[in-house]
Design a protein around this ligand. Structure first.
Ligand SMILES: Cc1cc2nc3c(=O)[nH]c(=O)nc-3n(C[C@H](O)[C@H](O)[C@H](O)COP(=O)(O)O)c2cc1C
Length: 183
């Protein structure tokens, strides 16, 4: 059932956005604390994203990662503009996404700091040169097909060129780590 309004046909029960704003208090989207609370409700994964850097492999913890198309198979990552890996991805035109098991927060933690020779030993490399984490439960490598300016981040969209499920296991999510990606 639809209701005809000056905003067009709205399903019954849905108010136009300006009416919703009136009822909940206009300007909430401008309220940083409220905005953070809403963002923190979003469920996210916790991945290791890698790229072939000029000075060796770069691997970071990243949570803003998602499949965005079935055909072709596309995946997106949102990467801080000022980060080293942004330039590594632009240079190598590839990136990897590594999925960890739910019990492997410590593996993720080892990538909080720049990789040491110890963490380097845990890497394999994709055909596009991106580091693949040996102890991950799955990984994929993607070749950049698009990038979009997204405020203080850049969204890279890559076409999946290689993917491997190493073992079935429960997956590490941002919520499991107690970490936050917010400011
Ligand atoms: C829980 C968590 C999630 C993160 N998610 C992202 C992300 O989605 N995108 C991103 O660019 N950086 C993310 N980061 C930050 C990167 O891991 C890393 O700190 C940053 O790329 C390092 O930048 P640098 O080259 O300036 O040292 C996250 C960090 C943490 C702790």
């Amino acid at each position: 059932m639809a209701r005809r309004t000056r905003h067009g046909n709205l399903p019954v029960g849905l108010a136009p956005l300006d009416r919703v704003n009136e009822s909940i208090g206009v300007g909430m989207a401008e309220d940083r604390a409220e905005r953070l609370k809403v963002f923190e409700l979003f469920p996210y994964g916790l991945f290791l994203v890698g790229a072939n850097g000029a000075k060796g492999p770069t691997v970071i913890i990243a949570t803003w990662v998602s499949q965005v198309s079935f055909d072709p198979p596309l995946v997106m990552i949102s990467i801080e503009k000022e980060s080293e890996i942004r330039f590594d991805i632009e240079r190598s035109k590839h990136f990897s996404v590594n999925v960890l098991a739910s019990g492997d927060k410590e593996i993720a933690r080892s990538y909080l700091r720049p990789p040491t020779s110890e963490t380097h030993d845990e890497l394999l490399f994709g055909l596009g040169g991106s580091p693949l984490v040996k102890r991950a439960i799955a990984w994929l490598e993607a070749s950049i097909v698009n990038s979009i300016d997204a405020g203080d981040h850049i969204v890279f969209i890559g076409k999946v060129t290689e993917a491997k499920l190493i073992r079935q296991d429960s997956v590490l999510n941002l919520k499991d780590t107690g970490w936050k990606y917010s400011r």
